[in-house]
Design a protein around this ligand. Sequence first.
Ligand code: ATP
Ligand code: SF4
Ligand code: MG
Length: 322
Amino acid sequence: MPPLLELRNVKMYYNTTRGTVKAVDGISFKLEKGEAMALVGESGSGKSSLAFTIIRLLPRNVAESSGEILFYDEELGVVDLMKMSESEIRRKIRWKKISMVFQASMNALNPILRIQDQMIEPLVLHLGMSKESAVKIAEEALRSVGLSRDVLSRYPFELSGGMKQRVVIAMAIMMRPRLVILDEPTSALDVITQANIMNLLKELKAKFDLSYILITHDIALASEIADKIGVMYAGKLVEIAPADLFFRMPKHPYSQKLLAAMPTLREDKKIEHIPGDVPSLINPPPGCRFHPRCPYAIKGKCEKEEPAVKDVEGSLVACWLY
Ligand code: ATP
Ligand code: SF4
Ligand code: MG
């Protein structure tokens, strides 16, 4: 069976006054149908940039966007999203096949518009639906996320954070997409509401056979839902591993540091912090980008040659130790 999504050597660079920011720099991975991948990594490692690259929402200052983003669909066949025009993406892909819950999007709901108007706007405006059918779809989507139709007539300030996040998720699943990209969907919520939202995401995944790319700082939360984990460091994926294997045996030195830096409820372990800073993406370190912070760096090798990705007992790892 073909996967749902396959990235091959995808790059996306920004132009800035200080130089070219290589935010996504040669990313390859596959996502299967119904699979959830958590994308983790420190702030500024390029997670959101990768999400925008996949859904083809790029700002004006893009310097380069290249590679292949293959999407396998029953209706469309195999399409390369990189090669599609903006109008094709809008007609065939965005919201219908791939949707996104943006970072901090619950706070981006328009405060002076009722939920109904915000939900139906894209359906009426971009997809040419009648208001009546759009409202039906919005109602149905709200029901799927556990909200009643009364919410339609309310303003965002009349809803709790958790309810707003449900509205945003309802908007993402409204058109029955195959893939939903969720960028920090719970980071602004309290712990109990976070858990409720994660349960909702699990339910929706099973009910609609959805695939997810879940971007999060919270690896513990990721472990709740992820089938596999992708670790991003300075614009590159340094490890992709099945979730259970990743938590038992992270292979890349950066993954090991990331897990050691994660607080757990169960153990009283000492939380380590990762020494050094996330490197500049304008002039990233040569060789392995993690070498200035890596305790195992091999002198004469790691700072010169970029490690290739290898399959190490079921995990894909880019590190010279293997
Ligand atoms: P966070 O966890 O903080 O959300 P992230 O992993 O999502 O971080 P990105 O937002 O993708 O990281 O940013 C990656 C790099 O690209 C950063 O160096 C950031 O400053 C830069 N960047 C992001 N958006 C733009 C833009 N529109 N123009 C120029 N540079 C940008
Ligand atoms: Fe460390 Fe070298 Fe592996 Fe990079 S390639 S993570 S520097 S050992
Ligand atoms: Mg981000």
